[in-house]
Design a protein around this ligand. Structure first.
Ligand code: C5P
Length: 288
């Protein structure tokens, strides 16, 4: 009997930013963030196989025709960066089943990349240390280090200086995905022209989360990129206004958009879904 390549299956959860403030612009062109990430119970699936024959890295994507299966995909780049650091790695085959749309601010591509790194670290243990794994993640993108561990964490710096948050009760969120996306660099560019003053609301969000009361979490939510995102994407402004009209409260926005979310009260998610049922796009109920 021959054994096939060693394989690992990883969940690649989406995230929401329950809080996101931009404190200023850094010398490296990125922005200094103060954010609270929460990984969701919903996301993509990543399968990684090491061994056999084939090119050094190959990638097949299912579930999203607009997501490329080539070297522009962050999952491919993650595998290639692992190879470069580890040296002499057998062929790496990646299968990616997408659920998280690109341009949503939910970190789909970043989470896929982190899942590839976790899988390779599990399949080839000890080939590169934790510090190198983290450095590769940070070089791939500002959100990638968060997804190495997931859970809830405060992110500072580019979002990659992480303080994990332990405990807290799970929160239900209703993701409201419009049928279009936002371009992160465009939204940060608009932020530069608007530059709202920092909000200083992180402590209030941490307290709200520790208490686990959805109404307090809704009140503590802030996203400094929401206004720039709507300014540069008028369709998002119209969509958000319509969601607010139907829910009777403003939705939250994740990352640089375009995904919105609501944090319903206990037992309220069915009526939230109902109120949005004929809106374009899709809705997903998940735990954060
Ligand atoms: O690191 P990532 O490729 O995810 O970032 C995408 C873009 O978002 C960057 O090119 C930059 O324009 C912007 N960004 C930023 N400050 C951050 C994170 C992202 O300006 N902390």
């Amino acid at each position: 009997m021959t054994t096939g390549p060693a394989t690992s299956v990883e969940r690649a959860p989406a995230k929401v930013n329950l809080y996101l403030d931009v404190l200023g612009r850094r010398d490296d062109g990125y922005h200094e963030l103060e954010t609270l990430f929460a990984a969701l119970s919903w996301g993509d699936e990543v399968r990684v196989a090491v061994g056999g024959d084939g090119p050094p890295v190959s990638l097949a994507v299912e579930g999203a025709p607009d997501v490329p299966g080539d070297e522009t995909n962050l999952a491919w780049q993650a595998a290639n960066a692992f190879r470069a650091a580890a040296g002499d790695v057998p062929p790496i085959r990646i299968g990616l089943t997408k659920a998280v749309p690109p341009g949503a601010g939910l970190g789909g591509g970043s989470s896929d990349a982190a899942a590839v790194l976790r899988a390779l670290d599990a399949l080839l243990p000890g080939r590169i240390g934790t510090a190198t794994l983290r450095a590769i993640a940070a070089a791939l993108g500002a959100d990638v280090p968060f997804f190495l561990t997931g859970g809830r964490a405060v992110g500072r710096g580019r979002g990659d200086a992480l303080e994990p948050l332990a405990g807290g009760t799970a929160l239900e969120v209703v993701l409201i995905l419009p049928p279009f996306g936002c371009r992160t660099a465009t939204v940060f560019g608009a932020f530069e022209r608007l530059r709202p003053a920092p909000r200083d609301g992180l402590a209030a969000m941490r307290a709200a989360l520790a208490g686990g009361d959805p109404a307090r979490v809704r009140a503590a939510h802030y996203n400094a990129l929401a206004f720039p995102a709507m300014k540069t994407h008028p369709a998002l402004l119209r969509f958000t206004s319509e969601v607010e009209r139907r829910l009777g409260r403003p939705p939250a926005m994740s990352g640089s958009g375009a995904a919105l979310f609501d944090v319903p009260d206990a037992g309220e998610s069915a009526s939230v879904l109902d109120a949005l049922s004929d809106l374009p796009g899709t809705r997903v109920v998940a735990e954060a």
